[in-house]
Each structure stands twice: as structure tokens, then as C-alpha cells.
Design a protein around this ligand. Sequence first.
Ligand SMILES: C[S@@+](CC[C@H](N)C(=O)[O-])C[C@H]1O[C@@H](n2cnc3c(N)ncnc32)[C@H](O)[C@@H]1O
Length: 409
Amino acid sequence: MAESRIKLPKLKSVVVFRLPYLRHLKYRAKNAWIKHRWRSYYRKEILRFFNQALDFDPIEFALRARQRPSDCLIEINNTCNLRCPMCSTNLSKREKKNMDLGTYRRVLERVKEAGINIVSLYTVGEPLVYPWLEEAVSIAKNMGIRIGISTNANLVERLKNLYASNPEWIESFGFSVDGATPQTYEKMRRGGELKKVMESCEWILRVNKHRHMSRIALSITCVISKDNIREIATFMHRFSKYTFPECIHFMLVNSLSPDTTYFDERSLSFSNLYRLNVPCHISVFNRIYVNNEGQVTLCCRDYENKLVIGDVLIQPLLAVWRSEQADKIRRQHLGKKDLTIAECKKCYFPKPGLDELLNSYIHYLQYVENDFDDTIWCNKILDFLRDLNAQLGDSEKREERIKKVLSHL
Ligand SMILES: C[S@@+](CC[C@H](N)C(=O)[O-])C[C@H]1O[C@@H](n2cnc3c(N)ncnc32)[C@H](O)[C@@H]1O
């Protein structure tokens, strides 16, 4: 019994990381099915989103909180080469610092003890700026811990050197892009250059040519705001060349930065699609973050250490995860009136399930639209979101609201 529990996640990861063609076939089959039955598919998806958005019960959600975190992210550094306005890492008053390798090794030992076998090596910083990234990957490899790296893909040579140092352990990269044209890109990813991202993508394409059944799995993300909503079709078209389309992910911008100006001014104006993120469905009940000093926090953007629940250099990871301090924060997240943490009080997120629904809709457009026309795509996406927004703000009975949205499809 215990053995099968260990084997299953391994089998899943083999399919996800090692056999991307198999995964892609599944995606193709799913999309072929959607193409013919899109009405019933979208009905089901919308129903699922409405149920999630309308029935979101904080207490039930909290009771389902995991005995162990589902994900573990390690802040190897809190420094970045870019100044993206929606993230504003530079506003953090915490000392800018690289995690030393002794601390890193100890953190990984704690992670391993807790039965976690995969970690992400970033939170808000840029991992490719970390000076000892090659060593960090080697340490993880020697301990059998798989790693995930999300990068702005602007440091092309660094990317190549990292891969060359441990080609068998670099199974995937996440590229955060956000813009399909240089003007938009440079507005959202301030200090970066789209041509460098394209260079990184071209390099991955070349590497993957020689690794047919064990390619570097590349995922590309696009955070949607008023700045780039008019180029989603171009984005999809441009980047589909470098990875399977299902690995291109879209999400609405959220208010995580300490300076919420970008969110306030540039998020799409559909307020019913957002909610004050209480209870936090992203981090507080699910994920653990270890900062560059070994302290454990419950927030991916804990710029000022406000949600620290312990120190992994002193205590085991699971003891910290289940500590009284962690529960104190989780209890605050059961209702808006209990919440005193200033950062959480201004954290607005798309309602649970909305990003997934939007993703499905954008992927669906590539099958039903004859070409990648930015204006048509933009209008369709906005109509879709406008409809959802109107129905979520409507006080009528749920059945009526669902019918209205479905009539649009
Ligand atoms: C903060 S970055 C850190 C890792 C790395 N520097 C990168 O660019 O991928 C991690 C992810 O958060 C996303 N992100 C940053 N600010 C965001 C916001 N306000 N709303 C939604 N996603 C955001 C980025 O687009 C990126 O995909």
C-alpha cells in the first residue's frame, strides 16, 4: 500500500516531464473532443466555475487544508534584473540577499525529511541572477530532489550555462513573458527585452531537437492586463512554435505587489471576477515558502516577513507547517472580520477557478477561430469575461445566472 503511494506520483511526473509527446497527444485528443462538443464542454466548465465561485465555503476549505504543503518554494535570492510594475520586488525593505549554500543544503534536508521531492527555486526574485545556481541544482540532484525554475528568460548565456552544468536534471523551465510585441513587453517587463526572450526560446528549440522523448518541458505564462489583452492571439501564435500550446498559460493580474497602482489601473475592469483573497486559496492553506534566511512563510510575496511561521534551520518543516503560529494566521483567514494582516487585507485575486476557465476559453479560441486575429480574440475574451462578471454580480438565482452565461456560447 505504502509502495503504491510512492509510485503513483512518480508515474505522473514521468508522463509530465519525460514524455511530453504523450501529454500532448492527450491534449490533442481533448481539444478534438472540445472542438466537436464545445458547447457541452464549456457548459460543464462554467458550471464548475460558478459552483466554485458561489459555493466557496471558507470553513470547508480550511478543513480540507493539507496535512502537508502541496508545494514548496525556496527563495534562493530576492534580487531581480527587472522592475516589473505588477511585482515591484525592489519595494521590499528586506535586505537583498542570496541564500548561502549551507543554508540551502539544510533547507533541502528539511524538505526531504518532510517527504517533499520537488521544489521551486524562486519566489519573487529572478533565479538566474543567483550566483550559485549550478551548485544549487547539483545539490538537489545529489539529494534526489527535482527542481522547477521560473525565469524572465532575459539572461540567455546564464540559461545555457545552467543547462550545460546539469543537463539530466534540468527537466523544465517556466518563462514568464506577458507581451507579444516589444512595446508591450517592455512596458510590463521593465528593463527586459523581448528579443532576449525569443533567443532563449530559440535555444530551447535547438536543445529539444536532439532530445525527442525527453525534451525540456517549457511552459510560458502571460499575466493578462489592459496592456496586453489586445495581443493574446499574437502571443499564442508566436509562442506555440516553442512549446505545446497547452503549456502556454494565461492568468489575470492580481494585486500582490506592495504598490497596487498597476493592479488598480491596469487590471481588467470586471470587479465581480475578483475577490479579497480571504481565505487565501493560493498560499496560506496550501504552500510553504522558505525565505533566503531559512525562515518559513505562508505568502509568496512576503516582502516584509509578516507571515513568517518558523525557521527551518531550527525546526522540522512539518512542525513549522503545523505550528501554533501557522494556525494563528490560518484562523485569521477564516473570515474577513478576523483579518488584521495589512498585506492580506489588500490582496485581490481572481475568484477560484477563474484563471483555469479563462485558459480553457483562450485555448478553445485557437480551434474555433480561423486565424490569429488580435481584434477578434480580444473582443471575444472581453465579451466572455463581461458576461461572467455581469452574472456573478447578479442577485438572481444561480440557475438563472448560469443559463444566461450558457446562452452566450
Ligand atoms: C514574481 S515572478 C518570479 C520568478 C521569475 N523572476 C519570473 O519572472 O518568472 C513569478 C511569476 O509571478 C508572476 N507575477 C508577478 N506579479 C504578478 C501579479 N501582480 N499578478 C499575477 N502574476 C504576477 C510573474 O509573471 C511570474 O510568472
